[in-house]
Design a protein around this ligand. Sequence first.
Ligand code: HEM
Length: 229
Amino acid sequence: MIPETDHLPHSRDYVFSPAIRVFHWLRALAIIILVITGFYIAWPFMMPYGGSDNLQQGWFRFAHLIFGFVLCGITLARFYLYFFSKSDVERRSWQDVMNINSWITQLKSYVWMGKLHKKGVYGPLQYMTYLATTGVIVVMCVTGIALHANVYHDGFAELMMPFAEWVIVCFGGLAPVREIHHFLTWVFVIFFFVHVYMAIWSGIRFRHNSVDSIISGYDYHPIKNKKDH
Ligand code: HEM
């Protein structure tokens, strides 16, 4: 059965700025490359192609560092955008997180009981999942920089050494820093599958632009319920 809202005129609403969209896809690329190269650094299972003159492990580490610093840069930029961007679609979602009824509404809507009403662009559970993942990204950046300072000892790594020493004390040694950096990689593997599934599922379930909005920047809402999206 076609829901009645499908027959209503829809408004085209601007949700994600170009900066948010570009950072989303750049961060996705960085994380995919970091997971692949990171696991390879931990378990370098391939023989160097063309003999030992090819510093294969070195190239994997090089790519890991480049995208590691890309991720650090995006994380800082996204912090700034969250608090100071002109659009408050992300900040507004906090009102839902602090409202118990919004939690109940969202959880019920996930099992097909009622509609999802939200003030910002994310539902409360979605918001908390992103917040927790951001926390894991920060830990990856901090532990990654600490590892970097201990692998290379010049330039930026040298500059970061006092910070790295402090991180090592906090984690109880360099080995635990490496272990945490390794184990938390699985968070991104799990997040990737759940995130892609939920993005496609919520677009179908709530009949709106979901995956498309992080490409085009626009979402569609039935005009009658415009305030409720
Ligand atoms: C999503 C983010 C990241 C993931 C999934 C990731 C994953 C990994 C993994 C699995 C390892 C191997 C650990 C082991 O030896 O068992 C590793 C090593 C390492 N990572 Fe990351 N990492 C991330 C971010 C970063 C960042 C932001 C930096 C620094 C800017 C960084 C720097 C390093 C360094 C220096 C090593 C050690 C390389 C070596 O032993 O030569 N990583 N990473």
